[in-house]
Design a protein around this ligand. Structure first.
Ligand SMILES: [Mg+2]
Length: 178
């Protein structure tokens, strides 16, 4: 099966956060609060996927309130923070949405993502992912984590599914002055 065939089946796109949606940098303030930055183009990619009915979600080992806000703003369907067993969460998500693992895509950057990547139908790695993560992936982005890698992964899926006319139409509808 080609990677395009794999991408055609995808109904939900899941992603890791640190090193994938971010560049991995965590700024820690003296009071313990943390600050991370997200890329606006990844956000737009997530919204585009949702426009054509694909579900999106996060699975991350860490926890942050700021991430809850970002995920809510992007209307993500599944948000799972503080997760050590990512594979178990994947199984729960599949059950809840009545999806097979082949219908789920996941993009990550580090060793903690490997188990999930080996289960899903389409596994993506960011350009600066660990070599073993790259080896386990079907798709490697040219952009690094936090710099548009997720957008590139989503666009690969949208292209494989020939969704661009639909996206253009929906974006035009959204931007129409009423
Ligand atoms: Mg990571």
């Amino acid at each position: 099966m080609t990677n395009i065939d794999r991408a055609r089946k995808i109904k939900m796109i899941l992603m890791d956060v640190d090193g994938t949606l971010t560049d991995g940098t965590i700024l820690v303030f003296p009071n313990g609060e943390e600050l991370k930055s997200y890329h606006v183009r990844d956000g737009m990619g997530i919204l585009m996927a949702q426009l054509v009915g694909l579900k999106t979600g996060l699975i991350t080992g860490k926890s942050s309130r700021a991430l809850d806000k970002r995920a809510a703003k992007l209307k993500m369907t599944e948000v799972h923070q503080g997760i050590l067993d990512k594979k178990k969460i994947l199984e729960e998500i599949c059950q809840r949405h009545q999806l097979t693992p082949e219908e789920v895509a996941f993009i990550g950057d580090d060793l903690g993502d490997l188990e999930v990547m080996k289960k899903v139908g389409l596994a993506g790695a960011v350009a600066d992912a660990h070599p073993l993560v790259k080896k386990a992936s079907h798709f490697i982005s040219t952009f690094r984590g936090g710099q548009g890698a997720v957008r590139e992964f989503i666009e690969f899926i949208l292209t494989a599914q020939e969704r661009w006319p639909e996206i253009e139409e929906k974006l035009t509808e959204l931007t129409k002055i009423k």
